[in-house]
Design a protein around this ligand. Sequence first.
Ligand code: CO
Length: 141
Amino acid sequence: SVEMKVGRLNHIGIATPDIAETRDTYAALYGLDKVTAVKDFPELGVKVCFVDTGNTELELLQPLGPESPVNRFLEKNPKGGQHHLCFEVADIFAARDAMRARGATILGTGEPYTGAHGVPVIFVHPKDTHGVLIELMQEPA
Ligand code: CO
């Protein structure tokens, strides 16, 4: 619906060629040592680890395999960098439809799929948000 409004910032996605090194850097430099174990998500093409910052999370992403969607980002940014922002939405399908009605492009088929948090997500093309890739995520129950 046109009233769709995003909720809280769930996480900031950060691509890296070395997830363990990046995790250790955030702990050593910033004291962010509340971290999850690194987990492989073959269906998403990434290894993921979450860093709890208190009011949001960092989602560290390392490509898993040559087909990973993160590879192209790392070709442009070999040392890694900020990859996306993720906002929660109350209804992922309503959000998808609202984004399309507002003229935004949803990546891929546009069908929500299960992301690393275990809830449905979509991604909005960065060209629609001044260069920032935006993930919208169904609010965790
Ligand atoms: Co994400």
